[in-house]
Design a protein around this ligand. Sequence first.
Ligand code: NAG
Ligand code: NAG
Length: 344
Amino acid sequence: MDLRSFILCYLVVLTAFRCDGSVSVGVTAVGLAGAVFYAGFDKIRCTFYECCSDRADWIKPNITALTVALDSNLYGQHLVHHVVPRALKAHLLNKQPQKALVMSFHGWTGGGKNYVSKFIAESMYKLGMKSQYVHVFVSTVHFPHERMADIYKLNLQDWIRSNVSKCERSLFIFDEIDKMPIGMINGIKPFIDYHESINGVDFRKSVFIFLSNTGGPDITRAMLKMWREGKKRSDITMMDLEHLIQLGAFNEDGGLHKSELIQHCLVDHYVPFMPLERHHIELCARDEIRRRGHTPTKELIEKVAGEMTYFPPENKLFSTTGCKRVAQKVGFILTSEEYDNIFA
Ligand SMILES: *[C@@H]1O[C@H](CO)[C@@H](O)[C@H](O)[C@H]1NC(C)=O
Ligand SMILES: *[C@@H]1O[C@H](CO)[C@@H](O)[C@H](O)[C@H]1NC(C)=O
């Protein structure tokens, strides 16, 4: 029994004994004190335990923090820097948003999609990804069987409904949405649509993020074409890529495949993550070496970047795994160097 139910119980017992007139005044006083205490209790509880409020800063969106995190950790994704903080700011500062915010992140692995989701969570909640109001679904883990799509769909609707009724400002992250059983994603449509409320629950303050690799090949193809035309990476605009991923998400197999979400334009922002180039990998390597308390020498950085694979074969422009394998590579190289030093 938690403290809250204990107090409630206590009040009920007190009320039951009130028929004894002589002590009724005193008991009422105690009951009143209990009620006041109960009101104060939430306040105290929220000082120590996470609450769905800005009390003790549990939920206190800070877009500056997001921008700073992106600036110092995310490389080669100027479009993400451009779109994500703005979209989030517009939604979070709006006291009465018309619908939930839905962002769909697309692109090659290792481009930073998970990373950005993490920074978003950290900028919204004091506990970041550990907040009870952040919900992550990974398709291959949570929805592995195509034939169970109907059951998953019902479960997911229940989860979203009960989670949002606990806290309107909830964050839902759907990883590998391209691997979600076809049609399932339509189950969340009612929650992100322009409804005032469904059974008294208002979903419009929640944020949904979809992560997928769809559109990755299209983005890369478009970038190679622009590269051949001599266009600089930093000159690539949303216009150059947005419609591509929209098409990609729609036509490739998987989660968003022919989904109503797209047909009804419920995705607010398609965010392209571009494949990373060697100099971005070097920046990630530098950060990782520093993080492990070593000096990032040019030699060490180049060694890490040199061990990654690049494509296409003719010009080796882009890293196949982005910054994803960098941490492991750095770890491996540092340990083997230490090993060499010991046995040299
Ligand atoms: C928001 O984050 C920035 C950067 O981390 C920090 O300097 C600032 O104090 C934060 N603002 C609030 C109101 O917490
Ligand atoms: C909220 O969602 C999680 C999945 O992240 C689920 O396990 C949990 O049961 C849901 N909470 C409620 C109260 O339904």
